[in-house]
Each structure stands twice: as structure tokens, then as C-alpha cells.
Write a protein that binds this ligand. Structure first.
Ligand code: FMN
Length: 136
């Protein structure tokens, strides 16, 4: 099976608490395990950044579903590419809390977390740094 990775960002239509985002990630994780999708989600500054990995068919279906969700808008795909192996093999949907991403966000952004400004390459570099957090 060919593996793909899709990264997108979006803006929450209303501010969410950590508990809201945790609920969202828990549900997402349970759903994703059924279609062998893995990934990670970051929420900060009212912005989502999400990576989903899996077969192209399953990613397309999931992304279409996510894109229709009224919880967010201004959805922008940052990259969608074939990969050799999963970056987040053990995570149906790993949630990274702001406290854990602060240092990496500082490195990649001049001010606030603004992933919509990323080029595909910048999004990929950010993802590589984020992956390291899962193994600390
Ligand atoms: C930023 C964001 C990320 C989401 N990520 C996922 C995801 O990875 N997997 C998933 O099943 N649902 C995800 N959702 C939720 C879906 O949009 C949708 O509400 C949910 O899948 C519906 O689940 P159900 O069909 O089991 O009721 C996400 C929603 C938002 C706002």
C-alpha cells in the first residue's frame, strides 16, 4: 500500500478550551484507527495544524469529512505527498499541547503560531521538529 501524508491548517470558528480539543482528538483517534490513519494535531492561537497519514483513498475521505466540519474554516492544504514511512505510527491522532510545542513554535515563527504562512517545505520542517516531541 502506498502511504501518503497530508498537512493542513485552519482557523477555529470559535475559541476552544484544551478540554474541547482533547475531546476532538480522542474521537478522531478512535475513528482514525478504523481506517489505519495516524497523525498529530496542534491547536494554538485559534489555529489548527494537523497531519494525517494513511492510504490516499482513506486520507481523501477523511479530509473531505474534516473540511466540512463547521468547527473550523479557512482550511489550507500545506502539503500532500507520498511518504516512505509514517512519522506518527503509534498515534491515531496525537494531540500536542501548546506548553510542549512552545519552543518549536518560537523557532519557526517570528510572532504567534500562524501556520497558514508556511510554504510546503516550511510545513515539512516544522513537522519533522514536532515528531521529535513524541519521543522525549
Ligand atoms: C481540526 C479538526 C480535526 C479533525 N480531525 C479528525 C480526524 O483526524 N479524524 C476524524 O475522524 N475526525 C476528525 N475531526 C472531526 C470530523 O470533522 C467529524 O466531526 C468527525 O469525524 C465525525 O465523526 P463521526 O462521523 O464518527 O460522528 C476533526 C475536526 C476538526 C475541527
Amino acid at each position: 500500500m502506498r502511504l501518503f501524508s497530508l498537512a493542513y491548517c485552519s482557523t477555529a470558528t470559535k475559541p476552544l478550551t484544551l478540554s474541547d480539543v482533547k475531546k476532538l482528538a480522542t474521537k478522531a483517534s478512535a475513528n482514525n484507527q478504523l481506517s489505519i490513519i495516524t497523525g498529530c494535531l496542534i491547536y494554538a492561537n485559534k489555529q489548527f495544524f494537523q497531519i494525517i497519514e494513511g492510504s490516499q483513498e482513506n486520507l481523501n475521505l477523511l479530509f473531505l469529512k474534516i473540511a466540512k466540519d463547521p468547527a473550523h474554516d479557512k482550511i489550507k492544504i500545506l502539503y500532500y505527498q507520498q511518504i516512505e514511512e509514517r512519522l506518527f505510527p503509534n498515534w491515531g491522532m496525537g494531540l500536542l499541547e501548546t506548553a510542549r510545542t512552545r519552543e518549536i513554535v518560537k523557532k519557526h515563527f517570528e510572532k504567534d503560531f500562524q501556520p497558514e504562512e508556511f510554504s510546503p517545505k516550511q510545513a515539512e520542517n516544522f513537522t519533522t521538529d514536532i515528531k521529535k516531541l513524541f519521543f522525549i
